[in-house]
Design a protein around this ligand. Structure first.
Ligand SMILES: Cc1cc2nc3c(=O)[nH]c(=O)nc-3n(C[C@H](O)[C@H](O)[C@H](O)COP(=O)(O)O)c2cc1C
Length: 347
């Protein structure tokens, strides 16, 4: 199967062909446009997600700052936050006009800021409201509308909460559901703790897929590599899940993305060459500097590229310390890469 940008029907096509999709999770402050450009050099196939953008920020804020991206980032989804359907419709229309391929609604973020605005994970208690938002966006735009949710919050019965949410949104035409397979505890845990402390329940998401064989359901949470992802897809041997989404491991150890196209794309691509990736990132960073940006905006996302390899420490040091100097330019990437080469040749 040829690799290449996915189209608007990608979720239906994946279901029909029983193809498995791979996504890099939306992560605030991490998956900005520089990060996504970098990730795209490592995988042609993965779906990429923006950080969550609240609908109000699109309505009242600097739209270009929130929504701009480079066409090479496709297939790219815009994740939005909110719970007022008219605001979400405004944001979904803006995202569609801007060229995104999908609008994803955040029903999983547990931060205080998000709770006070009645969106994110606390919406797990309001499946009908979420479904109405999905329906309104489906009516307004013709790109996929998807939801990313938890399996429940606080003392909810996870099975009941997850199945009720799923039922409600699929009934209104939601194109795909990405499930972070743990609850969010809204009282007493920080957002960071809420990504680790509540236990993962992959079998529950597997059971959910068994109940919705004709709908796209992807799984997220605690998956460390694309390879282990292929095992988790079959957590319910009777009904295999449709996609894997990885967040932190992809950010902290981005070289794992170089396996995605082979494992999920169904095609053999030429091996990803990290020297070429660094070279391309130098060119990108040079352009960013010319547009008034700072080297550090880009290089901070590349710090984990050689994780676990000889020279990784020196590479990290150059990219985090030297790149932060006011007069740093893109050649800092060349120096960091050369340090890895020197140390690995000497090892
Ligand atoms: C720094 C950071 C920021 C995050 N921001 C978002 C966000 O904006 N929207 C969202 O749906 N999830 C967000 N998440 C949660 C991830 O998308 C993902 O669900 C979670 O990290 C679990 O997946 P993982 O174990 O593969 O990292 C964030 C996670 C991290 C680490």
């Amino acid at each position: 199967m040829p690799c290449g940008p996915k189209d608007r029907l990608m979720y239906q096509t994946a279901l029909i062909n029983n193809a498995k999709l791979f996504a890099v999770a939306p992560m605030m402050d991490w998956t900005d446009r520089h990060c996504r450009y970098f990730h795209r050099l490592l995988t042609r196939e993965a779906l990429l997600y923006t950080e969550m953008v609240v609908a109000d920020a699109i309505i009242h804020g600097d739209v270009a700052r929130h929504l701009d991206f480079d066409a090479v980032e496709h297939p790219l989804a815009l994740q939005i936050g909110g719970s007022q359907s008219e605001k979400l419709v405004h944001a979904a229309k803006a995202g569609t006009q801007w060229g995104y391929r999908e609008i994803n609604l955040n029903v999983g973020c547990p931060s205080d800021r998000v709770q006070s605005g009645t969106f994110g994970a606390c919406l797990m208690r309001e499946p009908e409201l979420v479904a109405r938002c999905v329906a309104a966006m489906k009516d307004a735009v013709d790109i996929p509308i998807t939801v990313k949710c938890r399996i429940g919050v606080d003392d909810q019965d996870a099975r009941d909460a997850l199945f009720r949410m799923t039922d409600a949104v699929f009934e209104k035409g939601c194109d795909a559901l990405w499930v972070h397979a743990r609850k969010a505890w809204l009282k007493g845990l920080s957002p960071k703790e809420n990504r680790d402390v509540p236990p993962l329940d992959y079998p529950l998401v597997g059971q959910l897929k068994g109940a919705y064989p004709d709908h796209f359901i992807g799984i997220n949470g605690g998956i460390l590599t694309p390879e282990t992802g292929t095992e988790i897809l079959n957590i319910n041997p009777a009904a295999s899940l449709n996609g894997i989404m990885i967040g932190r491991a992809a950010y902290q150890n981005p070289a794992i993305l170089a396996k995605v196209d082979e494992l999920y794309g169904g095609c053999t691509l030429q091996k990803i060459n990290l020297e070429q990736v660094c070279q391309a990132m130098m060119e990108y960073t040079g352009r960013h500097l010319k547009n008034g940006g700072r080297v550090h905006h880009v290089t901070r996302h590349m710090i984990g590229l050689f994780q676990g390899q000889p020279g990784a420490r020196r590479y990290r040091q150059i990219l985090s310390v030297d790149a932060a100097h006011a007069d740093a330019d893109e050649r800092v990437i060349e120096r960091a890469f050369a340090a890895v080469q020197d140390i690995s040749h000497a090892a």
